[in-house]
Design a protein around this ligand. Sequence first.
Ligand code: FDA
Length: 396
Amino acid sequence: MSDSFDAIILGAGAAGLMCAARAGQLGKRVLVLEKAEKPGKKILISGGGRCNFTNIGAGPANYLSGNPHFAKSALARYTPRDFLALIESYDIAWHEKTLGQLFCDGSSKQIVEMLLEECAQSRKVGGDVEVRCNAEVTAVEHEDGRFAVMANGQIVTAPALVIATGGPSIPKMGATGFAYDLARQFGLKVVEPRPALVPLTLGGEELLFREISGVSAPVVASAGKASFPEAALFTHRGLSGPSILQISSYWKPGEEVGIDFLPQSSGDWLLDRKRETPRATLRSVLREALPDRLADILAEKLGIDTELGNASDKALRAAQERLKRWTFRPSGTEGFAKAEVTVGGISTAELSSKTMEAKKVPGLFAIGEAVDVTGWLGGYNFQWAWASGVAAGEAL
Ligand code: FDA
């Protein structure tokens, strides 16, 4: 077994496999080292087993990063349409679920199999990709322009090394901060990682909302300048659902989260209801717009228990104002254990946006979730994995 390659890729996830396939098809001899027993484990569980493999509208505005321009080049050179064309060339059936989110009709397994077949195709053009599983990388050294990688007591070498070991989200699946340790070893800065696309927890008086665990409603959730109109779900620990997961990536500890519980209503909705149905109560009109248990708890918190006809216009205006700008002050998040991705990671200031190569360490590359580029919920993170993988794969 040869121990010398053109490039070694650490991690056989979405980014690593894509990068390997592209480099192999350009004639390179590539070794992919994967610590798990099989490649692409996060792909397999993604999208409820159907992999939300891209978002047809993915563009730089859908990503968080210390440098919002960094992702532009790679995303423009490998687009959602390019990935879709690849899927279709393998006759993988797909559908759009909502908001541009594309899923397999069948199973996520088809995506992993396709990526492995793309790797195998490299042999036809003089390249080669070997994916070695059960190979946890424990140490890397760099001498005379070559990287020496230690995995399971064996040493392999190459002039190019790609960090594609992802972020620490879902440690139960073996995810770690290995990418950051390696980056720091080479003097690259790491933007403090935080759990993202993660449920938020509530404490104090807001614990009251636990009573309505399981209730969901269409809202507009906001944190700072970001806002997302989608469903919010109350849980036994706090808040979840797509709109909350989205804003969790923007939320920082100590900050407020705003919720518009009446996204469809405008003007003096409650005053109009008072004129139309003066005998109705706040609770009963809220029940027309929201799930009953949520309407009841909000009405109770607003403290208006008379008929609308007996409430002052001022009080009803103030109540409507609060329902449109309800604020929660989450006590935290459910952490990396429940986070779909990680915000932060290897600083984009250290990398070329064209090739993903480290500016200070020629031959060292970083791609995928390991890098400080994080997508919204809805297929954006895989699109970044594909696009950054291709960018590096073409430069190896
Ligand atoms: P990824 O984590 O996929 O791969 C890294 C690989 O490196 C792993 O296989 C790991 O075992 C390996 N590794 C780590 N340390 C190593 C070491 N020391 N030595 C060797 N190997 C090592 N995104 C999306 O766009 N659509 C979706 O539907 C979903 N769904 C989803 C569901 C769930 C439950 C999660 C947790 C996440 C998602 N995501 C998602 C996010 C998506 O899975 C994620 O952004 C990509 O998998 C990131 O791809 P990477 O290749 O960068 O890392």
